[in-house]
Design a protein around this ligand. Structure first.
Ligand code: ATP
Length: 309
């Protein structure tokens, strides 16, 4: 564990990803031999924490894992990345969160998520980390833990004066409208998440700007829309939206690209508060991640300054 106070606190999910590559999907009652099986560390909270830590940021994670081999393995992985795990609880009676992913030869995925211990991350767990949150420069939130826990993280951060970045993913069926407000320094959605959050179209550049402005009107500080290979769009204040290109790379696997972007964005933002440089660093790091397989496995350990900004 690090002696230095963490500059980023992630309140979020930890999953084990279990990927089976199939020739074809079995029918009900049928058994098939699958082509391959892979497993990896996942969960949006864990991914974003690891991405920021690989770039040298001091990160603390507020999370829950189960009392099983996946939980022990996840803890070892966080410690190896230098992440402060003093607020990662182990629940003996719960499984660690899992994402079981079935992949057909044409690349189509079917994903089943079991929240497991993530579903038991409570507002009290966030309260217990209030002192750590108070010392941090940014809190990162996603939507893979209970909504009341996300709300508590926002409330605690507002109380202690630490800015928050919300990645509203996975796209929510419904989101407590009260969560989107002045306590959010940043909202970082992709195109689909922005549409769901606002109920507005997000097809054209003008649509994106109008939808982002609907969030600004609710008090959000800035909206960064990630647009895959088309890069990102920053909408803040009264000025024109600003476009940032994606890295020009040959993409091999975009799994976890959004989490790489946010981890690097956060690492740069807490470094010097330069939002535009943070977006450029996010795009550069996500660009590196898509050239490699996997999520966390695709995040290189490197200095922020080597991201070229
Ligand atoms: P995921 O759910 O796969 O993690 P996401 O939908 O949250 O992704 P995207 O907008 O697809 O997020 O990607 C995030 C960032 O990753 C983009 O803003 C871009 O910088 C980078 N990126 C994604 N795909 C590519 C690509 N094909 N080439 C270069 N950069 C990419």
């Amino acid at each position: 564990m690090s002696q230095e106070a963490p500059s980023i606190v992630v309140v979020g999910s930890v999953n084990r990803d279990l990927v089976t590559i199939l020739e074809r999907m079995p029918a009900g009652g049928e058994t098939v031999h699958a082509r391959d099986f892979l497993q990896s560390h996942g969960g949006k909270g864990a991914n974003q924490a690891v991405a920021a830590a690989r770039l040298g940021a001091k990160v603390a994670l507020v999370a829950k894992v189960g009392g099983d081999v996946f939980g022990a393995d996840a803890l070892a992985n966080f410690r190896a990345a230098g992440i402060d795990t003093s607020h990662v609880g182990e629940l003996p009676d719960k499984p660690t969160g899992t994402a079981t992913i079935l992949v057909e030869p044409d690349g189509e995925n079917r994903i089943m998520i079991v929240a497991g211990a993530n579903g038991a991350l409570t507002p009290a767990d966030v309260e217990a980390a209030a002192d750590t949150i108070a010392k941090a420069r940014l809190v990162l939130l996603q939507l893979e833990v209970p909504m009341e826990t996300v709300a508590a993280a926002l409330a605690v951060s507002a109380r202690v004066g630490t800015p928050v970045c919300l990645n509203p993913a996975p796209a929510p069926d419904s989101l407590d409208a009260g969560l989107i407000g002045p306590a959010l320094r940043f909202v970082v959605p992709n195109r689909g998440e922005l549409a769901l959050l606002t109920g507005l179209p997000t097809e054209s550049e003008a649509d994106l700007a109008a939808a982002a402005r609907a969030l600004l009107a609710r008090g959000v500080g800035a909206v960064v829309v990630t647009l895959g290979a088309e890069g990102a769009l920053l909408v803040e204040g009264e000025g024109e939206p600003r476009r940032f290109p994606a890295a020009r790379v040959r993409a091999l696997d975009t799994t976890g690209a959004g989490d790489a972007f946010i981890g690097a964005f956060a690492a740069r933002f807490v470094h010097d508060g330069d939002v535009e440089a943070a977006i450029r660093n996010g795009a550069a790091f996500a660009g590196l991640s898509v050239t490699r397989q996997g999520a966390q496995a695709s995040y290189p350990a490197m200095a922020l300054s080597d991201l070229g900004d």
